[in-house]
Design a binder for this molecule. Structure first.
Ligand SMILES: Cc1cc2nc3c(=O)[nH]c(=O)nc-3n(C[C@H](O)[C@H](O)[C@H](O)COP(=O)(O)O)c2cc1C
Length: 218
């Protein structure tokens, strides 16, 4: 498609949503349990990578940026992902320890929006997850100066060879620049597409130890 054809397509394409309601009486009191139910339905719907989520942060001068990462755990009240602590997102988080997460499961006409504060997970938790990763992924984590400019693909490949040699015949330890972050939600929205754009939006708002649910206009 030419850009002109793309413009024409996205400007005119229309799709209505099926009629699958999300009601106050059908949700559970704990948003983590509600999330688990929706994730289970996403997994059962054979969605590819239902645990892939868009994480948005803001950095210096409130410059926003977004990227997809994998949700690897939901524990101790947080949504956990793993990454490089020297990456762009890590630098953003160091300046503004806040993030917004978005899951979009188009096959189910659903999105989940999570907003909250961000903290590093414990060293023990990062170690445990590190140990479960395939060796090839561990090598990549050691060799990647994530988000820094690299001269060429060849530079990466030669770094890989160095790392393989360095750790030959031994377990690869977790690099100091790699670990997890937990997004601790203050707000979790469950969005269900409905016909004629009259979508259902139920939001859990944290009220110290409990959650209040409100409905938003679509
Ligand atoms: C499906 C998918 C899953 C990804 N999972 C991760 C992940 O779990 N951790 C990670 O650091 N990057 C992951 N990435 C790469 C990130 O999107 C991003 O390129 C990288 O983290 C650098 O982001 P930054 O420059 O904003 O720090 C994933 C990308 C895709 C498309």
């Amino acid at each position: 498609m030419s850009l002109e054809e793309v413009r024409n397509y996205i400007n005119t394409v229309r799709r209505d949503f099926a009629n699958r309601p999300l009601t106050e009486s059908s949700i559970v009191a704990d948003p983590f349990e509600q999330f688990a139910q929706w994730m289970e339905e996403a997994v059962n719907s054979q969605i590819l990578d239902p645990y892939a989520m868009c994480v948005s942060t803001v950095g210096k001068d409130f410059w926003p940026s977004s990227r997809i990462v994998y949700l690897r755990d939901v524990a101790e009240g947080g949504f956990i992902f793993y990454t490089n602590y020297d990456s762009h997102k890590a630098s953003d988080i160091a300046q503004h320890p806040l993030a917004a997460i978005n899951f979009h499961w188009s096959e189910l006409e659903r999105q989940v929006r999570i907003e909250g504060t961000v903290e590093k997970v414990s060293e023990e938790r990062s170690d445990a997850y590190w140990a479960s990763r395939p060796r090839e992924s561990q090598v990549s984590a050691w060799m990647s100066e994530q988000s820094q400019v690299v001269e060429s693909r060849e530079v990466l490949e030669s770094r890989k060879a160095d790392i393989l040699m360095r750790f030959e015949g031994m377990d690869i330890p977790r690099p100091p620049h790699w670990g997890g972050y937990a997004v601790m939600p203050e707000r979790i929205e469950f969005w269900q597409g409905r016909p004629n754009r009259l979508h259902d939006r139920l939001v859990y708002l944290r009220q110290s130890t409990r959650w209040k649910v409100v409905r938003l206009n679509p």
